[in-house]
Design a protein around this ligand. Structure first.
Ligand SMILES: Cc1ncc(COP(=O)(O)O)c(C=O)c1O
Length: 499
């Protein structure tokens, strides 16, 4: 297998092109370090070149056209529109925007009630866009095209059933306990809302430094106004942090505990066995986000009340559809309560044509992952031995015993790692620019993909990220299926160019 079967798109001239090269791609080529900074700064030479982006962060041009059409049909002078796939979602966004901005916000139905638009003054638009990003209950680009072109879309019922069965088989549960969503964040946000309904006034625990929106949901979408009172955050996720959680749980009732296994972007694995036991003893629900376990490596469900997975990543592997799953554990005490609440709360807003694409993409997930595991392990070994490299963060190298406790037979350490160079401030930009692999957001694809993760996820809080041990110079690499030698040579060649 050679790289030519996969996506090239690493050159400066490729700035803004979709990765992969198709209309509904969910990543975009940001090939140089300065392009990533420019994107974060809103530099028009970068944003103007972007033909797409990660769809929760950057409105796909087809989705943006749908918003424009909603505006034309529904907006009053001075109003703008962001559309959502159902009325309850639009109302959640409207309530969030009204609370955060104090603006006059309303909801209007368009396209014969198939979309609901939040209509608001232009000044409130960024806040509605933040809801779109954090909550992930989005209208994907395929749905926008179908609505705009008026074509009748497949309902995807058969694909959704197959997907539920496939996820159930991977998670070791019944298909009845698998719920599908238009993104990984929508799955987490739904779990958060269920926990909120059980304990409306209580704060949550975020254990370990999480993917950006896992924390934002708990900070911004809580009913508790001040973010610091809404969530107790333990960025390092250590054993003594578990002692502290135990002390908290003994004195107050908790909304729930959220933890990633392994974590993003340092790939650490907290002591889930201890957290799980604590959650049973102190009676709070526990949610594991197992996205980086790549669907086949770890068995996390026995330790949790619910597991959320971004199916956008390894499950899909193709980088052309967003999706998520939430799975409930029948053996845990919260099962009946969560099931009953989901019967009221759950709406199937996962778009049928996306389900059909995802079903096709995910047929070979169990075959893809072992090869990705092997490639990543080998590349990490190579980099860890190089004198130019300061740190390689990979589950086999950090908190290994905690990770291994959940390994499935034949499971591995995944395809994702982060790397920090020696003399990082002076060397990183040149190294990144020289690296001849695709560069953009997203992970879990069959082709290798990397990004300056701290810049993309935490540009406005770099000091905070560094205070949590996450270098601003960190590069996150998602290893694909190409020849291992080819992958190693790409990194070796970039190192040669900088030293
Ligand atoms: C650990 C983790 N959980 C959840 C998500 C969200 O998934 P999605 O983008 O499908 O909403 C991501 C990345 O985006 C992630 O890295």
């Amino acid at each position: 297998m050679t790289s030519s079967q996969f996506v090239s798109r690493w050159r400066g001239a490729d700035l803004g092109l979709p990765i992969p090269e198709e209309r509904h791609a969910v990543s975009v080529c940001l090939p140089r370090w300065r392009d990533n900074v420019g994107y974060e700064e809103g530099d028009p030479t970068v944003t103007g070149a972007m033909q797409c982006g990660y769809p929760r962060f950057f409105f796909h041009p087809d989705t943006a056209r749908l918003f424009a059409e909603c505006e034309r049909q529904l907006a009053r002078p001075g109003e703008c529109a962001i559309a959502f796939p159902s009325e309850p979602v639009a109302r959640r966004c409207a309530e969030f925007v009204a609370r955060e901005t104090g603006a006059l916000v309303r909801v209007g139905a368009g396209f014969d009630g198939r979309v609901h638009a939040v209509l608001m003054p232009l000044a409130a638009r960024d806040t509605a866009k933040a809801f779109w990003q954090h909550a992930g209950e989005i209208i994907p680009s395929r749905q926008a095209v179908a609505l705009l072109e008026g074509h009748v879309a497949a309902d995807g019922a058969r694909a959704k059933q197959l997907l539920r069965e496939r996820v159930a088989e991977l998670q070791g549960c019944s298909a009845e306990d698998v719920y599908l969503f238009p993104s990984g964040m929508a799955a987490v946000f739904t779990a958060y809302r269920l926990f909120q309904r059980l304990r409306p006034e209580q704060r949550s625990i975020q254990f370990g430094f999480p993917y950006v929106d896992n924390l934002k949901i708990q900070q911004r979408l809580s009913r508790i106004q001040a973010a610091e009172n809404a969530v107790a955050f333990f960025p390092r996720g250590t054993e003594s942090d578990i002692d502290e959680v135990a002390r908290l749980a003994a004195t107050e009732s908790l909304l729930g505990l959220f933890v990633e296994l392994p974590g993003n972007p340092l790939l650490g694995s907290p002591n889930i066995a201890r957290l799980s036991e604590l959650s049973l003893r102190q009676d709070f629900p526990l949610l594991i986000d197992d996205t980086f376990a790549a669907c086949v490596n770890l068995d996390t469900l026995p330790a949790a009340d619910a597991v959320a997975t971004s199916l956008t990543k390894y499950f899909s592997g193709a980088g052309n559809v967003l999706a998520g799953s939430l799975v409930l554990n029948r053996e845990r005490p919260y099962y009946e309560r969560l099931k009953t609440l989901l019967a009221e709360e759950f709406e199937d807003i996962f778009y049928g044509e996306d389900a059909i694409v995802l079903e096709r993409n995910s047929r070979d997930v169990a075959q893809r992952i072992p090869r990705i595991n092997a490639n990543a392990a080998r590349l990490c070994e190579f980099l860890a031995e190089r004198p130019e490299v300061a740190d390689v963060f990979y589950p086999a190298r950090v908190d290994r015993a905690n990770y291994e406790r959940h390994l499935r037979p034949g499971g591995g350490f995944g395809g994702l790692f982060s790397v920090v160079l020696r003399d990082a401030a002076a060397k990183t930009e040149r190294f990144f620019d020289a690296l001849q692999i695709p560069k953009g957001p997203n992970l879990g694809t069959s082709f290798t993909l990397c990004c300056p993760f701290t810049i993309l996820a935490h540009y406005r809080e770099l000091d905070f990220a560094e205070s949590c041990g996450i270098s601003r110079h960190l590069i996150r690499v998602s290893v694909g299926l190409e020849d291992s030698d080819w992958q190693i040579e790409r990194f070796a060649e970039a190192l040669r160019e900088c030293w």
